[in-house]
Ligand binder design. Structure first.
Ligand SMILES: O=C(O)C(=O)C[C@]1(C(=O)O)C=C[C@@H](O)C=C1
Length: 234
């Protein structure tokens, strides 16, 4: 197919990522790092390809993939029916639910979703992803503000500039471990059913899809996925 041909001829895989979601993909001064970065680098190496990272955002993730700015998107992307309807997605990994990140000092205040859904609670949300969808649907009574830079929200909560960040299991655990002022709430009983992340691909070339599915399976069989999980998700 044309996409696989182009990738093989250029020896380059264009990887789109918002790069703002620890521990899956984070842009730092040294480059990109995280679980998804280790996995996609191993996949590219297996295929003899060099990665070209293409910055994107959560609001632009699907439009940029549809506009052919990259071949695959990584960085903590939830598999959803809306995405599968338009794009292809590789198998699920890292089961998670939506949870809350709050100040440790406040943690007893929030025992249920009703305790979050109060006018006295200030929720800071990042735009464009499933966190925002959850906040708009379930926290209609809360005070909600939007902060574009997702990776800055935990510090804003810690400093008292907002009360709650809605996010996913691993990110909440990451920031609660990194900063004692923060606690991850609802980890044992998340606010949503369990869902899975998955790499999202352009669905216009079946040869490309079969190749990527094959390399994903190979990474699974060689325990590369287990190693990435061990390194980043514990
Ligand atoms: O939209 C998605 O797929 C996501 O999982 C991305 C998303 C979000 O929901 O906004 C998840 C957690 C991070 O805090 C940032 C981005």
């Amino acid at each position: 197919g044309p996409r696989l041909d182009r990738i093989q001829e250029s020896k380059t895989l264009r990887v789109g990522t918002p790069g703002d979601y620890r521990p899956f993909a984070m842009k730092t001064d040294q480059g990109y790092e995280g679980h998804d970065i280790d996995v996609i680098e191993a996949m590219a190496t297996e295929l003899g390809l060099t990665i070209e990272y293409v910055p994107t955002t959560w609001p632009n993730l699907m439009p940029d993939l549809q506009a052919d700015k990259f071949d695959i998107a990584v960085g903590g992307i939830t598999r959803t029916p809306a995405r599968i309807a338009k794009m292809a997605m590789l198998p699920g990994y890292a089961p998670f639910g939506k949870v809350a990140l709050a100040r440790t000092a406040d943690k007893k205040k929030y025992q249920s979703i009703d305790d979050l859904n109060q006018a006295s609670v200030h929720v800071i949300k990042n735009p464009g992803g499933t966190n925002e969808l959850f906040v708009l649907e379930h926290l209609k009574n809360a005070q909600v503000s939007t902060h574009e830079k997702n990776a800055e929200i935990p510090a804003l909560i810690a400093e008292g500039k907002g009360d709650i960040m809605i996010t996913e299991t691993y990110e909440a655990l990451h920031y609660s471990h990194a900063d004692p002022r923060l606690s991850a709430l609802f980890i044992d009983q998340p606010l949503t059913p369990i869902n899975y992340l998955g790499f999202m691909l352009a669905a216009d070339d079946n040869d490309y899809l079969r190749m990527m599915q094959f390399v994903w399976d190979l990474m699974d069989e060689r325990d590369v996925l287990d190693q990435a999980e061990e390194k980043w998700l514990n």
